[in-house]
Design a protein around this ligand. Structure first.
Ligand code: FAD
Length: 364
């Protein structure tokens, strides 16, 4: 059986999940090439900054909905079978205020906070919280069981799975997507390059996707553990500020978020915003600190900023020939790269198979 030489460009959650699925077929000889790898923290590398959890935001009936729906079983299976992957189940509370509907954060979360969302049939233990139990100002709320991913542990686990299946990892930086086809570890030209470069697809030669833009997310990572995860539809501190709390598996600390600042590229934490994030978190989850304490009761590990790779019109998962090289794109996953990772990677893998079938036919 002839081998398929495949290059995956990018080692964030999109590239690693795609490589992980492809590496399960021994006919695929995979090289993962990237400027940044798990272990790095950089403003050009979104994946390590994510919480990350599963809070579906895709509109009912959209491709985004299908990608998130199809990702839950995979994350659930990993959480159950591979505790070393850094994914655990966690109770989740979602609070909605109708007044947040028009804000940037409210629009991002509009599906998540609905009383009757599509994902109620996907996640376990979904239930609406009775209105007489809601705090003043909250219009509706729900709880369910979700997962929280310790992203540094999980990304490294994905690398390990790919390496175990024979994939080769190399550091490399490319100015043009087509050049990646010449960097396969066998020395032969790759049959297909999978573009998982996230926000950098805006500037990568051969791609230059003008629809890409960032939504800046600032976080505070603390050692405190408040219990369940919490997300709210918005805040009173600004329409692009957000409020979410999640404790990562395996000692990864608790993420306090955040912000959703579109077109903001600033990689430096804003300490005023950090104070607001911490105050809001304690107000909604007082169990974060000891009784009577304020933000001085938080034990801070680090402040961080990541750029969510948003794309007007949604992620781009499609095939294209660029300078004679077959390319499959899988980028533009905004704030949902983990919770849609397996659904998106599955779609990308189907396109890779189409490219490889055409290659086989051409040889006959
Ligand atoms: P990236 O992680 O940015 O990876 C891009 C890769 O491409 C890197 O390896 C980079 O080095 C490489 N690359 C780029 N250009 C080149 C080049 N020219 N040459 C070589 N290599 C190149 N999602 C969720 O599902 N749940 C959450 O709870 C969640 N929370 C988030 C919180 C924050 C604060 C942020 C910032 C994001 C969050 N996200 C969450 C979104 C998620 O992090 C992103 O959607 C996801 O990480 C995007 O992954 P990616 O692999 O597409 O891109």
């Amino acid at each position: 059986m002839a081998a398929n030489n495949i290059v995956v460009l990018g080692a964030g959650v999109s590239g690693l999940t795609t490589a992980y699925l492809l590496s399960q077929d021994p006919a695929n000889k995979i090289t993962v090439l990237a400027k940044h790898m798990p272990g790095d923290y950089d403003i050009e590398y979104a994946s390590p900054w994510a919480g990350a959890n599963y809070m579906p935001v895709g509109k009912q009936g959209s491709a985004h909905h299908a990608w998130e729906r199809d990702t839950w079983p995979a994350l659930k299976a990993i959480a159950e079978k591979y505790p070393e992957a850094g994914i655990h189940f966690r109770g989740t509370l979602i609070y909605n205020r109708k007044k947040d509907q028009e804000s940037a954060t409210g629009q991002w979360f509009s599906e998540l906070v609905q009383p009757n969302p599509w994902y109620k049939d996907v996640v376990p233990d979904f239930k609406n919280i009775p209105s007489d139990q809601l705090a003043p100002g909250i219009d509706n709320a729900q709880e369910f069981t979700s997962v929280c991913i310790n992203t540094p542990v999980y990304l490294s686990w994905l690398v390990g799975q790919c390496v175990k299946n024979g994939a080769v990892f190399k550091r490399a930086v490319f100015k043009h997507i087509a050049d990646a086809a010449n960097a396969h570890h066998t020395g032969q030209k790759a049959d297909v390059v999978i573009n998982c470069t996230g926000l950098s697809s805006k500037t990568l030669g051969g791609v230059l996707d003008g629809k890409m833009y960032p939504a800046r997310g600032q976080i505070v990572v603390v050692r405190n553990d408040p219990g369940p995860m919490v997300s709210a539809s918005g805040t009173d501190d600004g329409e692009d500020e957000a409020l979410y709390i999640m404790t990562r598996a395996a000692g990864g600390g608790t993420i306090l978020g955040g912000s959703y600042q579109k077109h903001n590229w600033d990689g430096t934490p804003d300490m005023n915003l950090a104070n607001r994030i911490m105050k809001r978190a304690i107000a909604i989850a007082p169990s974060l600190v000891k009784k009577g304490q304020g933000i001085e009761g938080l034990d801070i590990i680090r402040h961080g900023v990541g750029l969510r790779p948003l794309r007007e019109g949604g992620p781009r998962i499609e095939k294209e020939k660029i300078d004679g090289v077959s390319v499959v794109h899988n980028y533009g996953h905004g704030g949902f790269g983990y919770q849609a990772s397996f659904g998106c990677a599955d779609t990308a893998v189907s396109l890779v198979k189409e490219v490889l079938q055409n290659k086989s036919r051409a040889k006959l």
